[in-house]
Design a protein around this ligand. Sequence first.
Ligand SMILES: CC(C)(COP(=O)(O)OP(=O)(O)OC[C@H]1O[C@@H](n2cnc3c(N)ncnc32)[C@H](O)[C@@H]1OP(=O)(O)O)[C@@H](O)C(=O)NCCC(=O)NCCS
Length: 276
Amino acid sequence: MPSDKAGVFSFLPKVFKEDYIQDCWDLWMDEKNGRTYVAVLDGKHVGVIHVFVEYDYGWLEAIRIHPDYQRHGIGIQLSTMAMDFAKQCGAKRVRLSTSSANEKAQSQVKKMGFQELVRFARPFLENVSPVSAGKNSQKIEWGAIAKYIKKSECYKNSKGLYATDWRWKPLTEGAIKEFVSMGNFIVHGNNEIDGLLLYRDSLMLEKNTIEISFVDGTEEGIREVVKGLFSIASQEGKKIYGFVPNEPGIVEMAKKAGLDLVGRDMIVFEKALTGK
Ligand SMILES: CC(C)(COP(=O)(O)OP(=O)(O)OC[C@H]1O[C@@H](n2cnc3c(N)ncnc32)[C@H](O)[C@@H]1OP(=O)(O)O)[C@@H](O)C(=O)NCCC(=O)NCCS
């Protein structure tokens, strides 16, 4: 209900000093494929969660319980409502992400039967100083990138997912086409691709930043595509953040290429929805 907005917004700063929920709330209210559930106790708003359904899964996010009301089962209740909505919409599974540092959230979702699906490492939000490398001008068909991704071990081990505004979505042919049509890719390699970085302008969560969505390649390839990204960011005056598949090799190469990783991963969890 619209009247929930003020109630939820009043307790959010008690959970996290800064949040993105305030920026998304109005969009969420207009969604056809999503719901926002709130918990109210004695007229006081004490919890919120958002869920939306796409492909064959429901994505749970933005769960916040007022600190004075945590560990009273409200998180599980709200998550259950969100999962029921996903099930009604025909979703076969539900997914969510949380930081490897967030033990409370991990413990809650494990208690509900979620299992770890994949991890992505996170670079620090970087202010990029000007670099001299030229802007990426490589012309490439989306099919060449799709072929490279299809064969990629890193893609397989990442369960075919890429990061977008703190959500993890399937890197489908449609998604690859979109990255290519927007010019949001950097490739390296002569006859064959040996480095690939997919990125996008972050729209909702981090202003004036470029988000790394997917990286793969050899040491040289990754070094060059990261250099290309630094170049674009410096020319456009943007910061960089994002997510790198947590493959030991990829993470090491990304670090060598100059991405400073925070040392905490984002973990994507999944739970199958079965029964009626
Ligand atoms: C994570 C969070 C949503 C859990 O909500 P909650 O209402 O407190 O959780 P519940 O009472 O439903 O807890 C269910 C289970 O989660 C686990 N859990 C919750 N809080 C815990 C804590 N402080 N320490 C250890 N386990 C905890 C336990 O397994 C608990 O079951 P138990 O109480 O029977 O042992 C809540 O702590 C919160 O709002 N945290 C801040 C916001 C946040 O981190 N959101 C997630 C971002 S991805």
